[in-house]
Design a protein around this ligand. Structure first.
Ligand code: CP
Length: 312
């Protein structure tokens, strides 16, 4: 019996749809894609003739550009939907937008949207596979995969690793997808932040540890991930001031010493330097933040290759 994971035509809404074995298979595929990205000629013909649409209805730098670069490196045609200059501005619905794009022959959609569940809607309207590039506060599975890949590549495995994620847990789709994926691979994840930015029942839902004190949360951590304070989603004054937040939760030389001396420092970006992380740490020797960005291209290449049945 063939037990090779099957990805052809699948959606990537979040990582709960994927087993640990499937996630590891994606990481191995991304390792091969990373090798291509390090060549002088960074292109293979595997998706020639396929058309990939990046349908971004919320701002992005890393995710959008790495999806487009990934598609281009696999020789697919890329249709880049610009929401701000599209007929969405004239009141066209998401449904009619997808019908319109689909009429042009799209094979795969990569979507970002501020509304949770939008990737499922795009799949429903198009019948085509959809990769979620971030939907509201809900999920950001390709970010989690590239984060997991970055740790796996450096440390060999996530099994038994202590990972501490610090920041605006309430508003973070990155943390939710990472909790699902990292737990599947055996990591012990601690989330830390102010009580007002910590959703209820995190332990029950995700099997993680919740800490409000940074020193306790960082103690003995192998990996420390800072999260962006999502100022655009702060509508209720959930903490007194950015200075107050920073005083208790910033990742700095002083606070990071509570983790293991060689702990990896991560951040999904974009960063608010000086609020959740200081440049001395973001740009320091333990930081793999720039590598995370590079690995994002490899992970997205791997997913496109597997979903569209690229030829090795
Ligand atoms: N990490 C991330 O999703 O960054 P962008 O918003 O720039 O895509």
């Amino acid at each position: 019996m063939d037990t090779t994971p099957q990805f052809l035509g699948r959606n990537v809404f979040d990582l709960d749809d994927y087993s640990a074995e499937e996630i590891l298979y994606i990481l191995e595929a991304a390792k091969g894609m990373k090798e291509i990205n390090l060549r002088e000629y960074k292109k293979i013909p595997t998706l020639r003739g396929k058309t990939i649409c990046t349908l971004f209805v919320e701002n992005s730098t890393r995710t959008r550009m790495s999806f487009e670069l990934a598609a281009s490196r696999l020789s697919a045609d890329v249709v880049s939907f610009q929401a701000s200059v599209s007929a969405l501005q004239k009141g066209e619905s998401l449904q009619d937008t997808v019908y319109t794009l689909d009429a042009m022959g799209i094979d795969l959609y990569c979507i970002r949207h501020s509304s949770p569940g939008s990737p499922q809607l795009v799949h429903k309207y198009s019948g085509k596979p959809v990769i979620n590039g971030g939907d509201g506060r809900h999920a950001h599975p390709t970010q989690a995969l590239l984060d997991i890949f970055s740790i796996w590549e450096k440390l060999g495995s996530l099994d038994g690793l202590k990972v501490t994620i610090v920041g605006d847990i309430l508003n973070s789709r990155v943390v939710r997808s990472n909790l699902i994926g990292m737990k599947k691979l055996g990591a012990q994840v601690t989330v830390c932040g102010p009580k007002t930015l910590m959703p209820g029942s995190m332990e029950e839902i995700y099997g993680c540890r919740v800490e409000y004190d940074l020193k306790t949360a960082l103690s003995d951590a192998d990996v420390v991930m800072g999260l962006r304070m999502q100022l655009e989603r702060q509508t209720e004054g959930l903490f007194p001031s950015l200075e107050e937040y920073s005083k208790h939760y910033v990742l700095s030389k002083d606070t990071i010493q509570w983790a293991k001396h060689d702990a990896l420092i991560m951040h999904p970006g974009p960063m608010n330097r000086g609020i959740e992380i200081l440049p001395e740490i973001a740009d320091g020797t333990q930081s793999i933040i720039v590598e995370q960005v590079a690995n994002g291209v490899a992970i997205r290449m791997a997913l496109m290759f597997l979903i569209l049945g690229g030829k090795a």
